[in-house]
Write a protein that binds this ligand. Structure first.
Ligand code: NCD
Ligand code: ZN
Length: 356
């Protein structure tokens, strides 16, 4: 047994499904999954139902989060067709602005680059605009950010061409940051998954795409799960929605890769703690931490705390067990024993947190 203490880990990309699809996940179940996975903070995406696109829907989402969350959180606002002139007014209360420029689940997709530019222009410069973009749309939106000299964050980079494009932009001095998701680092099109269970956006890449991500580790600012739970019945049904759960498997998979020498522990801490804090301007609490046993070996279970009831990594042998999560001095998770009560998590963008 070798236990180590990591600082409070942050997952900047999670889909909580509440309101609107509570059969897939709720704040109570999703944040229990976060704690079991070693995360102290999650950022929720706005493609709920209703989508989070204005003050009213943000209030609704934050009220739900405030009564359900067992860990700390912040919520993204979604860039829509009808909120170009209004959404930025709530920027201070949000994790950032999310723009869906490609194929996705939900109805927040934006196809008009004129609208992308308008959103990029209006969102405050010190705030984060996170984009779901691949291929041509990624090229266009990075070009817009470059010409406007504003920062942009690229979600779940999955392919060789896209990571090279971002590497090139960084070399030119463009203020672009990006995240990669464990499923794009540890799975590819040749992985043994049935059709519906392999469905995810961006799609799983070729083995070469996967290798390109590892070869460009220095270009990847953050690891983010894109925890996108859909039930097993939905995934195995006739019209499977895209998305994988990821909160409970990310850290064991990454720690296993550390054990195997594919990256270092510092690489993990940088991408799950330091860079998220820098990019999103988060408060750091020295009494928030996670303890893991980096020697404990186990097989990933077929299902965990997430309500979705499955994982694409079921049966995978891993090494690195989350023992304890402490948030602001209080034990929020102890392996197989304690999970913090619903409603104990805090909104990291709330007024009192920002002025502390
Ligand atoms: C996400 C979801 O299910 O909300 N699915 C996914 O495959 N990543 C939507 C998205 O992020 O595009
Ligand atoms: Zn997502």
């Amino acid at each position: 047994m070798t236990t180590i203490r990591l600082p409070g880990l942050v997952d900047i990309h999670v889909h909580m499904r509440q309101p609107g699809a509570e059969h897939k996940e709720t704040w109570e179940t999703g944040t229990a999954a976060a704690l079991a996975g070693g995360f102290a903070t999650v950022f929720a995406m706005p493609n709920t139902s209703p989508a989070v696109v204005d003050e009213r829907t943000l209030d609704l989402a934050l009220e739900t989060a405030s009564s359900g969350a067992r860990c700390d959180y912040a919520h993204f606002l979604g860039a829509g067709l009808g909120n170009v002139d209004s959404v930025a007014k709530s920027a201070g209360r949000a994790a950032g602005l999310k723009m869906y420029l490609g194929e996705t689940f939900g109805d927040l997709r934006l196809d008009d680059p004129g609208l992308w530019a308008a959103h990029l222009e209006r969102w405050p410069d010190d705030g984060v605009v996170a984009v779901h973009a691949e291929g041509p749309s990624l090229e266009t939106v990075v070009g817009l950010a470059e010409s406007m000299e504003r920062a942009i964050h690229v979600c779940h980079v999955a392919g060789a061409a896209d990571i090279s494009l971002i590497a090139g932009a960084k070399e030119r001095g463009v203020a672009v940051t990006c995240e990669a998701s464990p499923h794009h680092l540890f799975l590819d099109r040749t992985s043994d998954l049935s059709f519906g269970r392999a469905e995810v956006r961006p799609r799983l890449g070729t083995p070469e795409d996967r290798r390109a991500l590892w070869d460009h580790l220095d270009v990847i600012d953050c690891f983010a799960t894109d925890h996108a739970p859909h039930t097993l019945a939905e995934k195995d049904g006739a019209n499977p929605p895209p998305g994988f759960p990821g909160l409970e498997t990310a850290l064991p998979l990454l720690l296993t890769a550390v054990h195997e020498g594919q990256l270092t522990l510092d690489d993990v801490i940088e991408r799950l703690h330091l860079r998220p804090i820098e990019i999103f301007g988060l408060p750091v609490d020295p009494d928030t931490w996670v303890e893991v046993d980096v020697d404990e070996e186990f097989e990933i279970a077929a299902s965990g705390m997430s309500r979705c009831g499955w994982t694409p990594f079921a049966g995978a042998p891993v090494r690195g067990m989350v023992n304890t999560v402490v948030i602001r001095g209080a034990t929020a998770y102890e392996k197989d024993l304690t999970v913090a009560a619903a409603g104990t998590g805090r909104d990291l963008r709330s007024e009192e947190r920002r002025t502390e």
